[in-house]
Design a protein around this ligand. Structure first.
Ligand code: ATR
Length: 289
């Protein structure tokens, strides 16, 4: 076993994930497989941390010599108050999902958005520059994705949301980052007729287990030239993706986002390329049992 990458004190890498609830997380299996495939000695543990314990838990990372942790629901926003440095992108997005401990200095990053974009580029659309993208929803998940997407210089980004005011606020906030606009769901048919959309991304939970079968937008609005992407990975093929595929669209599911957000975290902690296929296989197998 290669012991070059170590935690404080020369011990095997200590890694983990904090959330509430946490028992359902697939991250320990995924990162366990990644450490093994990379030949690194280390452990990745799930930690059940309640809101009122978050501050102490984060302090504990440095005290215990963890190299890093992931932070998941419901702590991604609050945790920004307890790290020493928040990376600029994470600051703009307003959420941290990965902490790196460098000699006791804790830095918070957001790998969700860049993870999604890396997955989209590697699995569906290699070059996003100039592409016209419709993003459905504008919650926390959408913020990460839209921010990372705007770094790729798309032709335009339209954010459609049930509550149009929220979409408009986000479009206004990031107007300086690119061509971004907002629309309500009832305007969607007109907007799609007028704009040539290349990629549709669902960031809402509509269609997620146990409510599989629901659609975030009417399927009639899709056309075969579109790439249709859904952040959901349970089910792996949402009703939106089933309908999109049936009319000939290229489809992309949320499994890659989960794998690549973990891949970036792994790379920040270890400085090594993440063993993507080992990570993907373990998550896929855990979904199919
Ligand atoms: P997340 O962190 O997963 O993005 P969130 O911040 O609660 O979760 O945001 C959820 C997003 O999905 C919002 O854009 C929400 O629309 P509203 O702003 O109108 O609430 C959207 N959403 C959730 N459930 C929806 C539904 N049943 N129909 C349409 N949009 C929905």
């Amino acid at each position: 076993m290669n012991n070059e990458v170590k935690s404080a004190g020369g011990l095997p890498l200590l890694l983990g994930v904090m959330g509430d609830p946490i028992s359902q997380t697939k991250s320990p299996a995924m990162h366990g497989a990644a450490l093994e495939a990379a030949g690194l000695a280390g452990t990745y543990v799930p930690m059940h941390v309640r809101k009122e314990q978050l501050k102490d838990a984060i302090k504990g990372i440095a005290a215990l010599g963890f190299r890093g942790v992931n932070v998941t629901v419901p702590h991604k926003v609050d945790v920004m108050n307890y790290v020493d440095v928040v990376d600029e992108a994470a600051k703009q997005i307003g959420a941290v999902n990965t902490i790196v401990n460098d000699g006791g200095v804790l830095t918070g990053y957001n790998t969700d958005g860049i993870g999604y974009i890396r997955s989209l580029k590697e699995e569906a659309v290699a070059d996003l520059s100039g592409k016209h993208v419709l993003v459905i929803g504008c919650g926390g998940a959408a913020r990460g994705i839209v921010y990372a997407l705007l770094q790729e210089k798309p032709g335009s980004v339209i954010i459609a949301n049930r509550t149009i005011e929220k979409a408009q606020e986000l479009a206004d906030e990031w107007a300086h980052l690119g061509a971004i606009s907002a629309c309500g769901m009832e305007e969607l048919a007109n907007v799609l007729q007028e704009s040539h959309i290349d990629i549709v991304v669902n960031t809402t939970s509509v269609g997620m287990y146990p409510k599989a079968g629901e659609l975030p937008i009417p399927a009639e609005l899709l056309s075969p030239n579109m790439v249709v992407s859904d952040l959901i990975y349970n089910p792996l093929k949402t009703e939106l993706l089933v309908r999109a595929e049936s009319i000939g669209c290229r489809i992309h599911n949320g499994l890659g986002m989960f794998v690549y957000q973990g891949a970036y975290a792994f790379e920040y902690w270890t400085g090594r390329p993440a063993p993507i296929e080992a990570m993907r296989t373990v998550v896929l197998n855990s979904l199919q049992v």
